[in-house]
Design a protein around this ligand. Structure first.
Ligand code: UDX
Length: 471
């Protein structure tokens, strides 16, 4: 009986293994093309290669591509470099010079090019149009599925399809366009890629949507196949909802300060309602980054474009913009005078675990403080090089007032206050007893509510945060 049982288990395991090998082999046969090696493109390329697909990547920026080919990630993203190298070494991630090669080789083509926002807050479709033309000029008889992953306004997938047909000038083309928004967070992109909350696939053709969903069948995430426009709206609405939560809690933090209350207690109290939850309800100096602010502004433009009232989203934006002055006023109130004082800013990237400084609150806060005569010591675990280029380009006349310092302790020497503007874990681990000794006046103004107020006050710091009244 026992022998039978062992034999049975061995057979089941063998069958599973054979199935696994078979799936691996099928995946190896599937060629996936990726256009654009930004956050989305590079993570998708390295991630799909790790999953066993044969991935081909095209990137038009030669310098960037050179780095990537050597296995060097052109920006800081935890673990990405490891997956990139793994893909290259395994031979599952390779590179092509141009889009025409992808079109001739790959059934699936992911479009991950940038869609920056223009001065009028609408998305710039320039790069997407170039890609549509390239694809149109190279489509042959083989059927191709073009999957748009760039963030775009509703209607883009349909425009993309139309653009391809126009460039074909009546010559028949065998292709379908699918919208597949990404929900990766910078700093957590690898984790999010392998553990997606959901896979959204927008297609006019359910069978095509189903076929694309097969690529993600072993990700363990719910898959929703919807229309092209529904997928595009889901993406913008998701980011707008997240932005709305942050502006919501920041508004409540303003009220909490009036009554000398702790916003963290209030967050917990609200969030214990399972319909609300505590996630994405951390008060601070507002949301930044390359997505939330841009997508919110673009959504407002889309609403205006269709004569729909965008008042909800405008309010979210106004509340977020106000966070900067609220923080500056907090600094002034705490310090009385900031002229000729050294202030230490911890945090130039828009959040922890990234070197991305786009739309980072610190970019607005630092110049305002310098204008009022303060000297700024800046520290950030990864964002200093990007910040240096930003200052050189936008505020060269401020360079004497801003010092970039690569050591967190050194950044506090003779400082009148530490201003915490992003949320790296390192700020929780430093020895505050040492820092207390190094500063001229031991004051901390924590824009991210990241360090422990009780500990700080016990050491002797004057500690101020968001959603707590200044005492
Ligand atoms: C966001 C979305 O989360 C992601 O799904 C989408 O694909 C891209 O945009 P990201 O821009 O990387 O990701 O940053 P996110 O982690 O969402 O944070 C955005 C901003 O909100 C940051 O400035 C962060 O500090 C701030 N934030 C976040 C808060 O102020 N409070 C919170 O509770 C959460």
């Amino acid at each position: 009986m026992k022998v039978y049982k062992i034999l049975y288990i061995a057979m089941v395991l063998l069958k599973e293994k054979l199935k696994e090998i078979q799936t691996e082999n099928i995946k190896k046969e599937v060629k996936v093309g990726i256009i654009g090696a930004g956050y989305v493109g590079l993570v998708t390329a390295a991630g799909l290669a790790y999953k066993g697909y044969n991935v081909l990547l095209v990137e038009k920026d030669k310098e960037k591509l050179k780095k990537i080919k050597q296995g060097i990630c052109p920006f800081y993203e935890p673990d990405l470099q490891r997956y990139l190298l793994e893909g290259i070494e395994s031979g599952r991630l390779s590179f092509r010079e141009n889009i025409s090669e992808l079109v001739s080789e790959c059934r699936y083509i992911f479009v991950c090019v940038g869609t920056p926002i223009k001065d009028d807050s609408t998305y710039d479709m320039y790069y997407l149009d170039i890609v549509a033309k390239e694809i149109a000029n190279n489509l042959k008889n083989d059927f191709r599925i073009i999957i748009i992953r760039s963030t775009v306004p509703p209607g883009t997938g349909r425009w993309f399809k139309k653009a391809i047909l126009r460039y074909r000038r009546g010559v028949k083309a065998n292709f379908e366009v699918v919208s597949m928004p990404e929900f990766l967070r910078e700093g957590n992109a690898i984790y999010d890629f392998f553990n997606p909350s959901r896979i959204i696939i927008g297609s006019d053709n359910y069978d095509i949507g189903k076929e694309v969903s097969e690529l993600y069948s072993d990700f363990g995430a719910p898959i929703l196949i919807v229309s092209l426009e529904e997928a595009e709206i889901i993406k913008l609405a998701s980011n707008a909802f997240l932005a709305m939560r942050i502006s919501f809690i920041n508004s409540i933090a303003n009220l909490a300060e009036v009554f000398d209350s702790n916003i963290e207690n209030i967050r917990l109290g609200i969030g214990l309602d399972p319909r609300i939850g505590t996630e994405f309800l951390k008060a601070g100096i507002g949301f930044g980054g390359s997505c939330l602010p841009k997508d919110l502004s673009a959504l407002i433009s889309v609403f205006n474009n269709y004569q729909i009232n965008p008042i909800l989203f405008e309010a979210v934006k106004i509340i977020n913009d106000e966070r900067i002055d609220i923080f500056i006023n907090k600094i002034k109130k705490a310090l009385w005078n900031i002229k000729n004082k050294i202030l230490t800013v911890w945090g130039v990237s828009f959040k922890a675990n990234t070197d991305d400084i786009r739309e980072s609150p610190a970019l607005k806060i630092i110049p305002k403080l310098v204008q009022e005569g303060a000297f700024i010591n800046v520290y950030d675990p990864k964002g200093l090089h990007n910040f240096q280029s930003y200052i050189q380009k936008n505020y060269p006349h401020f360079s004497n007032s801003i010092k970039l310092i690569e050591n967190i302790y050194e950044s506090t020497v003779n400082s009148s206050a530490i201003l915490i503007t992003n949320d790296w874990d390192e700020y929780k681990r430093v020895n505050y007893y040492n820092i207390y000794e190094l500063m001229e006046t031991p004051i901390i103004i924590d824009g991210r509510n990241i360090v422990n107020p009780l500990e700080m006050r016990e050491i002797g710091f004057e500690y101020y945060s968001i959603g707590n009244n200044i005492k």
